[in-house]
Write a protein that binds this ligand. Structure first.
Ligand code: MF3
Ligand code: CO
Length: 289
């Protein structure tokens, strides 16, 4: 029987394992995928699925680019939602937020201003000088999901708002930097909360990042605060990191009328940035960049 280190039967002169050896990596991969599904409910994506999610993420950020360009003084968040509807249609994409959850989310994007932590609903209020606004877009393309959000500062704002926008971005980028196979998911929250606290800010713990790709929200949950979720990251995992950082207390209150909009308990500003991340064999790739 031919051994792995024998020269290949094809006459290339290379070892069999370096030449026509049956592809073990994909076999290992599917074993790992089975284990992750069984143990954690996590779907490790196949190369084909990764391509699908990659496209959805590209469409998501193209839409987000346009929305952020149009977020100017005097523009209502409702006008941004109307633009978002057009952009999704034009890209053959479905906005994932529309009709999502209970009660069904009524718009195609979230627009969270100032003291709003997340899930702000576009409305008639025009953007004003000094506002900080998070625009959150999630597109479905050919059944695959992308998710990303950014902050836009309207004109000149206060030093405090400026700072929370910067710190939340730094929290996101620092936590992405530690993502690689084998790293525990809890390292994300540790990286974020260590940095946010050092800057004198708090980390929201009522809302988390999430697995994504074949559905809007898949396992695992990705907490942004200190936690003990030690599931190791593995190649093919796709998830969002979307830290919400507050100037004051971490607590949020859900609007009792619309049952979506979350505001800081103390009314102080909050900021958030979000990327969709793929874990690769060697580290990670930001799919929404
Ligand atoms: N990025 C946010 C999330 O993953 C988007 C929320 S959309 C909503 O939860 F429809 F749930 F509001
Ligand atoms: Co998300």
């Amino acid at each position: 029987m031919i051994e792995r280190n024998d020269s290949c039967w094809c006459g290339s002169g290379k070892k069999w394992k370096k030449c026509h050896y049956p592809k073990l990596p994909s076999e290992n991969m599917s074993l790992l995928a089975k284990r992750y599904l069984q143990e954690y409910g996590i779907i490790l994506k196949s190369p084909e699925q990764i391509e699908g999610v990659r496209r959805a993420c590209q469409v998501t950020i193209q839409i987000l680019d346009e929305l952020c360009k149009h977020a100017k003084k005097g523009v209502t968040t409702l006008a941004l939602d109307e633009l978002s509807r057009k952009l999704h249609k034009g890209a053959n994409a479905i906005p994932a937020p529309l009709g999502y959850g209970h009660p069904p989310y009524p718009k195609t994007i979230c627009t969270s201003l100032n003291e709003v932590i997340c899930h702000g609903i576009p409305d008639e209020r025009p953007l004003r000088e000094g506002d900080i606004v998070n625009i959150d877009a999630s597109a479905i393309v050919d059944g695959f999901f992308g998710d990303s959000s950014r902050m836009v500062i309207i004109g000149k704002t206060t030093a405090e708002k400026q700072r929370v926008v910067e710190v939340s971005h730094e929290c996101l980028m620092r936590s992405i930097a530690i993502c690689r196979p084998g790293a525990p998911i809890s390292d994300i929250g540790k990286t974020i909360e260590d940095y946010a606290r050092a800057q004198g800010f708090s980390v929201v713990n009522q809302f988390v990042g999430h697995g994504i790709g074949l559905a809007f929200h898949e396992p695992p949950e990705i907490p942004h605060h200190y936690n003990s979720l030690h599931t190791p990251m593995a190649p093919g995992m796709i998830f969002t990191i979307e830290p919400m950082i507050n100037v004051g207390v971490r607590d949020g209150i859900i609007d009792p009328i619309n049952q979506w909009t979350v505001r800081t308990k103390d009314g102080k500003p909050s900021a958030q940035w979000e990327h969709t991340i793929l874990i690769t064999e060697t580290g990670h790739e930001i799919l929404t960049i």
